[in-house]
Ligand binder design. Structure first.
Ligand SMILES: *[C@@H]1O[C@H](CO)[C@@H](O)[C@H](O)[C@H]1NC(C)=O
Ligand SMILES: *[C@@H]1O[C@H](CO)[C@@H](O)[C@H](O)[C@H]1NC(C)=O
Ligand SMILES: *[C@@H]1O[C@H](CO)[C@@H](O)[C@H](O)[C@H]1NC(C)=O
Ligand SMILES: *[C@@H]1O[C@H](CO)[C@@H](O)[C@H](O)[C@H]1NC(C)=O
Ligand SMILES: *[C@@H]1O[C@H](CO)[C@@H](O)[C@H](O)[C@H]1NC(C)=O
Length: 630
């Protein structure tokens, strides 16, 4: 009404134009102020400029909108998992039907999951190797209609590397990150869209196949321009190949931002290692934040990384540096909440079970969300829509792969009967088989999971172990879950001791040339290596030698007793003398950290994808362990 009367009283065209214009300006101004008020609710960092905040809003908003859409589709798939599975399978068979592989198996004519399981046998990598080689050489239409633009390379610690083609790496990565981040925002409503996240990442060395696709590890999860300005670390910080140096840079920039909202990464162990590194190098970090420099101790392959990082530090932040110094001088217990008061969540894959330690030491008061279940072959197969504290289970991504399940007791057969997603029993263990969209069909992953319940109508599961890590001297099939439980319980009987990490080899791996070799062909045994933590009394050298002395008798017999109690076949084989008692070696503190360096130095394994080799399978790692026993 006011605007209308203003129009009435201004008679000249120029005057009316002016009042419309000022009304328009007022409207724009109020929109902008509403926009800014809304932006404030998303918890931006005060020290970031308007342009940087708007860029962040653009990328984070896009990712969140897409993530919402994918999550909605996933929920629909959970409500009717069998239908979602059939849809996925039929789509993939049609899309990849017109390829050399598809024609050979007449994939296009298949009309049901039933027929698919009859016509196509279960497979392993060997079935695809010749096809993959042709794809990598640049031949068209071999496994997929579109030319794959990436090959995920396994580390090949125990044999030659395997390569898994991916039709569209960037799309898969984007979708995975969108789903995971949106899931975090739904779980933690207080996590502001404009709070920056740490993305813990070390850039693996990549190469190119003849067809132009990149050859990369499964954890090459960062792409240029990807989620730019949503992460604490500037883009050049994602180009660092050295693990320690990358950790240092992530620490500098994440500590610089007191408003950091989430710490994410592929493996939680990586974040744990980074925090331990902080205790060593915090003085350098505080100095660098204060002066806007990067210490010369950090080496870069590329000279321009240093200058762009120093530029991002913008001349130094003495106030923040002073605040950090005060916090570090108080010690590192519960440090995360003290330096990042708005930190809402940690998210990664906890493959080494580091969460309880990390939480107790640094992450008090912050919840953890399991990033999901994935691998080189399929990126992501399960997500966890809960806080880890509430529920350790994950739910199958029923619209991203077609799953089949082999009953645990049938795993030793080469073509056992499989079950579908709606035929599983809670509490049972199954080996996973899956079909994905880049050319693997009925592929046996060798992972064993246990069904724990239902989410909507879709089964939930926990990862149990890899079949490749089962210890099998005779036919006792000692899996890593049982083995670890036995070792923990044996070590726990020992005052103040805790199992930090372990690795086990079958005695058949010990080479004749080794001093540890024993002539016991018909009485094989486990060679067990333990790194222990003294929980109360910090170990000095005297303590360590005492530990070594005790090892040979006390701990050996308690481990033997525990394992016999947990695995009845092992018990029978031990009683009949078909297996000899284990040989236990206590390792020097820090051995597993050194082993990691050693493996990263000497194989194609990158620091990102490294996993502790719980079952030692190479003479090289075995000798490394013998060399580090006390
Ligand atoms: C390591 O990677 C290179 C290049 O991708 C490859 O040629 C070589 O065979 C790999 N080594 C092993 C042991 O897999
Ligand atoms: C698999 O193991 C079961 C016992 O667990 C045995 O009865 C069966 O013969 C084995 N099958 C093969 C192919 O080894
Ligand atoms: C985890 O959630 C699923 C689905 O809601 C449920 O069936 C299962 O019992 C839960 N597990 C625990 C340990 O709470
Ligand atoms: C720590 O070690 C000392 C001597 O080695 C011992 O007397 C003391 O009881 C130990 N502390 C605990 C809590 O076990
Ligand atoms: C790994 O290589 C780095 C240098 O590339 C070297 O400093 C380090 O000592 C090596 N570590 C092991 C355990 O071989």
């Amino acid at each position: 009404m006011a605007a209308w009367s203003a129009y009435q009283t201004t008679s000249t065209p120029f005057g009316s134009w002016k009042s419309i214009w000022s009304g328009f300006l007022a409207a724009v101004a109020s929109c902008i102020s509403v926009l800014f008020l809304w932006i404030l609710t998303l918890r931006p960092s005060p020290q970031h400029g308007v342009i940087s905040v708007l860029r962040h809003l653009y990328f984070a908003g896009k990712s969140y909108t897409r993530g919402k859409y994918y999550l909605r589709k996933l929920k629909t798939a959970w409500k009717n998992p069998r239908y979602a599975q059939d849809q996925f399978l039929m789509r993939v068979l049609k899309e990849n039907g017109d390829t050399d592989y598809g024609r050979k198996f007449k994939l296009k004519n298949i009309v049901s999951a039933e027929e698919f399981r009859k016509r196509h046998s279960l497979t392993t990598y060997e079935d695809y190797k010749p096809y993959v080689e042709r794809v990598m050489a640049g031949e068209q239409c071999v496994m997929t209609q579109v030319m794959p633009n990436a090959f995920v390379q396994t580390s090949g610690t125990t044999g030659p590397s395997k390569y898994f083609p991916q039709r569209d790496q960037r799309y898969l990565l984007t979708r995975m990150m969108d789903v995971l981040y949106t899931n975090l925002h739904e779980l933690c409503p207080r996590l502001g869209l404009l709070q920056k996240k740490l993305f813990h990442y070390v850039q693996p060395v990549m190469s190119r196949a003849k067809n132009g696709g990149s050859i990369r590890s499964a954890f090459a999860l960062y792409e240029d321009g990807f989620m730019a300005s949503c992460y604490t670390t500037p883009p050049s910080g994602f180009r660092i190949h050295s693990y320690d140096d990358a950790n240092y840079i992530h620490l500098v920039f994440t500590l610089l931002d007191p408003n950091t909202g989430a710490l994410c990464g592929s493996f939680l162990g990586g974040i744990y290692t980074m925090m331990k590194q902080l205790e060593q190098c915090w003085e350098d970090i505080v100095y660098d934040i204060e002066h806007g420099t990067i210490t010369e101790k950090v080496k870069f392959d590329d000279a321009d990384i240093r200058s762009s990082l120093e530029q991002a530090l913008g001349g130094g932040h003495p106030e923040r540096a002073g605040e950090l110094r005060r916090q570090f001088e108080k010690g590192f217990n519960g440090i995360m909440k003290r330096v990042w008061p708005n930190l809402e969540v940690l998210s990664a894959v906890d493959n080494a079970g580091s969460w309880p330690d990390l939480k107790a030491k640094y992450a008090e008061g912050i919840p953890f969300v399991n990033l999901g279940y994935g691998n080189s072959e399929a990126m992501i197969l399960g997500v966890s829509p809960w806080f880890h504290e509430d529920n350790h289970s994950m739910v199958f991504c029923t619209n991203m792969a077609f799953f089949e399940f082999i009953r645990h007791e049938d795993s030793n057969e080469s073509q056992p009967k499989t079950l579908l997603i709606d035929e599983l029993e809670i509490g049972q263990e199954y080996e996973i088989v899956f079909t994905q969209e880049s050319g693997l069909y009925r592929y046996r992953l060798g992972d064993v999971i246990r069904i724990t319940g239902n989410h909507f109508n879709c089964p939930t599961f926990e990862f149990m172990y890899r079949m490749g890590l089962i210890m099998n001297l005779r036919y006792e099939k000692m899996n890593q879950v049982v083995l670890k439980a036995g070792l923990q319980s044996a070590v726990g009987q020992w005052n103040d001791m805790r199992l930090f990490e372990y690795a086990v080899a079958e005695s058949t791996l010990v080479p004749k040339s080794s001093p540890a070799f024993e002539e016991t062909e018909d009485m094989p045994y486990y060679v067990i290596f333990l790194e222990l933590d003294q929980t109360v009394n910090k170990s000095g050298n005297k303590e360590t030698s005492k530990t070594a002395e005790l090892a040979s008798n006390e701990i050996t017999s308690s481990i033997d007793v525990e394992l016999r109690g947990l695995n009845s076949i092992y018990e029978r084989l031990r009683r009949s003398g078909a297996i000899s008692h284990p040989r236990v070696h206590i390792l020097k503190p820090g051995t597993f950290e050194d082993l990691k360096q050693h493996v990263v130095n000497t194989t194609n394994t990158t620091a990102n994808q490294y996993k502790v080799p719980q079952r030692l399978r190479t003479v090289d790692t075995l000798n490394f362990m013998f060399d580090h026993a006390v």
